[in-house]
Each structure stands twice: as C-alpha cells, then as structure tokens.
Design a binder for this molecule. Structure first.
Ligand code: BES
Ligand code: MN
Ligand code: ZN
Length: 474
C-alpha cells in the first residue's frame, strides 16, 4: 500500500509533486519543451501552491504519457501535520491505481504520516457489496533519497486502526459478544497477547451484576474479555485499559427512537480501540505491562430486561438505583473497572467509551472529551493524541457534580439528569476507580462519522494510535 523508494523503477498512473506556496520548481528530468509547457500552464492558471490548490498537467515524454499533479500545501510558515493530513487525504482519495509522491522539501516527505493517511484512503467497508467501491487499492510510493528512519511502527499503527474500524463498521448481526470474543482470541494469537473470556457463569461468581443486568435480555450472552500483554517483567506498573463493548444499544426498556438507534452497532467502539491498541502494543513489542478488559454485551429488550427502578448490587459492593436503562454503558464499565482494579491489580486505568450523547452536545464530533484525576497523565495523553492529529479536550470532575447522583433508596443512582450529562456519567465511573490514577475518554462523537477531515465516513478507530503512543511514552 505504501512504500518509500529512492529509485524510480516503474511507470505510475499519477505523479504528485508537493510544493509550499510560491516555492515551485519544476523537476529537472523533464524535457525542455515540456518544462516550457508546464511553466506556461502555471502562469496561465496562476498556480501558486496555496493550501489544497492543484494543477493537473499531462504530456508526452518520449512515448510515455505522463500525468502530473502539482499539489499546493500553503505557506511554509503556516504548515503543520494536520494540514498535510488533510491535503494528502483529500487528493489521494480521488485517485486509483499507482501514485508516486515527491517533493524537494523533507517536511513534505513525511512518510510516517503518509503511511497513516494511505491507510485511511484505502480503508473501505464494502464487505457486503457484490460490487466493491474500489476494484484496486491505491498503491502509493514516496520518492525520497535522504536517510529513512524505520517507519514500520506507523504501518502497524495504520493496520491496528483498521482492525478497530472494521469491528465498529461491522453490524450487530455479525458482531455480538460471542463473535467479538472469538475475534479477540484470534487477534491475540496473531499479534501475541493472551486472551481469556469469562462467560455469564463466571461473571456471576465474580458478582458482576451490573454487567449481567444490562446483557440479560439479549439472545447472545454477555462476556468479559480480558487481554494481557506483559512486556516488562521487571516493572510493577500495569496499565489497565477498559473499553465499552455494547455490541448493540437499543436503549433497553427505555427504548431509543429509530433515528438515534440506527448507529448503535458502533456502541462497542471503545472496545474496538482497546483491541486495536493491544494489537499495536504487542506487535511493536513495547516494554510495558498492559491488561485490557472489555465488558461485552447487548442492551436488548425482552421479558427479563432490567428496568428503571431496579436496585442492583455492583461487583464493588455499592448498590445502584437504575434510572434509565439507556444509560447502560456506565453500568458495565463500573463492573469492568472494579474487576481490573481488584482482580488484575492494575496501577492506572484508562477507559474508552461511546458513553454519552451529551459529549456531542458539548464538543461536536471534532474532539474527544477526556476526564482525568491526574494532570501529568492527562498531559501525556494530550501530547500523544496531538501527535496523531486526534483532538482531545479536558472536561471537569468537580465534586459538586457527584451530588446529582445521590439516591434515596440505594448507595448511588446512575444518572444525574440532562444537564452536564457527560460529567455526571464520568463521576459515576470515578466512584469505582478506588483512587487509582484514571483517564476516561468519551468517544461518542469522535468514533464514527467524525468531522475529522482525513477520515472517510464511518468508523475512525479513534484512540488506537493515541493509546499506543501514550503507553509507549509512559
Ligand atoms: N451509547 C449511548 C451514547 C451515544 C449516543 C453514543 C450517540 C454514540 C452516539 C449511551 O448508552 C446512551 O444512550 N446514553 C444516554 C444516557 C442518558 C440516558 C442518561 C444519552 O446520552 O442519551
Ligand atoms: Mn444507551
Ligand atoms: Zn450505549
């Protein structure tokens, strides 16, 4: 899909040359007559290589028809990685076949980002179509003669992001708690992490009544998927990842409207990102200890569904008063957090969840809302995320919000009303973290059909790269 080459050995369907604004220089290997043609066209079309500006030129060199695309990246002083991502993605998305990229500028020859973006361009969710969206994947080569650092890491990150994306895009008649467990086991074998799956009986023995309640009405039974990668035996630190794995969210008895139910196959995006991150971490053999837990279930409806008004004892011991069965994510996460703290003895927790519609009201689909009890770790995550163009925004965890979760009949109720909905959801989770350093990422807005300009519609795999880099830098 993507390669860096230092010698041109084949003909390409398209040759893309990238320039900063007003820094256009025509390649020396072109014959004088064609150089003249190009100069005239550049002048006539007033092409100056503004951000996203393109000029396509076709001409004969000997017997070869050459197609060239001059691609503007804007002013050098305004340039950044996200502009590169945006312009490359937009323009490569229109192409088919083989493309050669080149530039005089090393800044515009960022092969790590190219590996990532070519991954985004080539990702397609057309498994169910007889006629595929593209018959051929786009093959991109970068011509670059300077020293190339190893960028296998970027390739692995692109692949791991695709693994997460595919899990999210697959519908709920394919991905259920059972098939998600099977896929995790397969990936564990392929990428080198250990997988254990606990079934309903095991969950009952552990006292995971919140998880069991949410999944009870589904024909496919709940699972707790545990993935372990211990890459540093001389360290006591174990990073704990938790991913919301609702393979479908009907809302339960508090049923969603058809419109808001439609995309609820994506309610396991947190789980998918955690699985993708485990693949990348193991494949790149990070010297870290990471344990990930996925509470996998389906929030369905039938005669034994859990109800508003029920009082359920969590694995933690606290009783929870159920207010709205559509606020199921925090319930399954609460038990998964208790499990990972008590039974896996992790030293910090990061959870990813498509938790609230309220986070989309607050931040739209551009930034992930992040809550954390540790400034240092939050800063580390922010840095890791920005390296990959994944935007995060910190949200508050003020004590006052917790009062909204007081119940008259149980230790806690699980929703705090419409106002500040993503914050009260986070406060509910915090009540199960037992004082460990904790990061909570509400990816409801960013995991699917996000507003990020270098992703296709559909699943984004948000979090895979950020988690990987965060863990690598810890
Ligand atoms: N899975 C949803 C949140 C969600 C909404 C994710 C839209 C992606 C897109 C979650 O389980 C949910 O239903 N949350 C409720 C909570 C409410 C009942 C307190 C919500 O946000 O409306
Ligand atoms: Mn819900
Ligand atoms: Zn949900």
């Amino acid at each position: 899909m993507f390669k860096v080459i230092s010698k041109i050995e084949q003909a390409y369907d398209l040759n893309v040359v990238m320039y900063f604004e007003n820094q256009i220089k025509i390649c020396e290997h072109i014959s004088d007559v064609n150089k003249k043609l190009i100069e005239k066209l550049i002048a006539k079309k007033e092409f100056t290589a503004k951000k996203g500006e393109v000029l396509k030129v076709e001409f004969l060199e000997g017997e070869y028809l050459i197609s060239m695309l001059f691609l503007g990246m804007g002013k050098e002083e305004d340039f950044n990685d996200n502009i590169y991502r945006e312009v490359i993605f937009e323009n490569l998305s229109k192409e088919k076949g083989s493309v050669l990229l080149s530039s005089d500028s090393a800044k515009l020859s960022n092969y790590k980002i190219l590996a990532e973006i070519v991954g985004n361009v080539n990702y397609n969710f057309d498994d169910f179509k007889i006629k595929k969206e593209v018959e051929k994947i786009l093959e991109v080569h970068l011509f670059f003669t300077e020293q190339v650092e190893d960028f296998n890491e970027s390739i692995i990150l692109a692949n791991s992001t695709d693994i997460a994306r595919k899990l999210v895009d697959l519908p709920a008649n394919i991905i259920n708690p059972e098939s998600l467990s099977k896929r995790s086991i397969e990936l564990g074998k392929e990428y080198g992490f250990e997988v254990e799956v606990i079934d309903e009986k095991g969950a009952e023995e552990l006292g995971m009544n919140l998880l069991l309640a949410v999944g009870r009405a589904s024909i496919t039974k709940s699972k707790l998927i545990i993935m372990r990668y211990m890459g540093n035996s001389s360290s006591e630190e174990i990073i704990g990842l938790v991913g919301k794995g609702l393979t479908y969210d009907t809302g339960g008895l508090c049923i969603k409207s058809p419109d808001s139910m439609f995309d609820m196959k994506t309610d396991m995006a947190g789980a998918a990102s955690v699985i993708g991150a485990m693949c990348a971490i193991s494949k790149n053999k990070l010297k870290k200890n990471v344990i990930a837990v996925i509470p996998a279930c389906e929030n369905a409806i039938d005669g034994n569904a859990y109800r508003p008004g029920d009082i359920i004892k969590s694995m933690n011991g606290k009783s929870v008063e159920i207010i709205n069965t559509d606020a199921e994510g925090r319930l399954v996460l609460a038990d998964a957090i208790t499990y990972i703290v008590r039974n896996e003895k992790v030293t910090e927790i990061i959870d990813l969840a498509t938790l609230t519609g309220a986070i989309m009201v607050a931040l739209g689909t551009i930034a992930t809302g992040v809550f954390s009890t540790c400034d240092e770790r939050y800063n580390c995550l922010e840095k890791a995320s920005s390296e990959h163009g994944e935007k995060v925004w910190r949200m508050p965890l003020f004590d006052e919000y917790e009062e909204l979760l007081k119940s008259t009949v149980a230790d806690v109720k699980h929703t705090g009303g419409r106002m500040g909905g993503s914050i009260t959801a986070a406060k509910f989770l915090q009540g199960f973290t037992e004082g460990l350093p904790w990061i909570h990422m509400d990816i409801a807005g960013t995991s699917y059909d996000s507003g990020v300009k270098w992703n296709k519609k559909g699943a984004t795999g948000v979090g895979v790269k950020s988690l990987y880099t965060y863990i690598k830098n810890r």
